[in-house]
Write a protein of this length. Structure first.
Length: 146
């Protein structure tokens, strides 16, 4: 069952903030989010460059969600784009699972999978117009009969 609009928007806000924090960390301190994902390879300049690029992606997606919420603009596309990005992270992690650090691979899979799940739960209701309470709809129906 889809989340009601208020709850979906609350979850979208939390997800947007989390994306900005994780993305900002990847931009400023790329070894921090890289350590569980790629281990010692995180010390290579080219790998840190890719971590910063992914960090920029997450900051952009997070800010997109937060600005859309703030301006009461459509949010669903931003949420779905974040979920797709996280699904990509899940797929590439699974594809390289045996080469990744043992403990870290599960942390990355859990975090990325949580992002996908949040998008699936949030996207249908984030822009929805919740139904009027029965008393309000009954009143508007009786007004229409006059």
């Amino acid at each position: 069952m889809p989340l009601r609009r208020a709850r979906a928007r609350q979850l979208a806000t939390i997800n947007g903030i989390a994306r900005c924090v994780v993305g900002g960390a990847a931009l400023a301190l790329p070894r921090l989010p890289l350590a569980p994902w790629v281990g010692e390879a995180g010390g290579q300049e080219a790998v840190r460059l890719l971590a910063r690029a992914l960090g920029g992606r997450d900051v952009a997606l997070g800010i997109g969600v937060l600005l859309a919420l703030r301006h009461d603009a459509p949010v669903r596309g931003w949420v779905e784009a974040g979920g797709l990005a996280d699904a990509g992270d899940v797929l590439v992690t699974l594809a390289a699972l045996k080469e990744l650090p043992r403990g870290g691979r599960w942390v990355v899979l859990a975090a990325a999978s949580a992002g996908v799940l949040a998008a699936v739960l949030t996207s249908p209701g984030v822009d929805a117009v919740d139904a009027l309470p029965e008393s309000a709809s009954a009143a508007s129906a009786s007004d229409g009969r006059r």
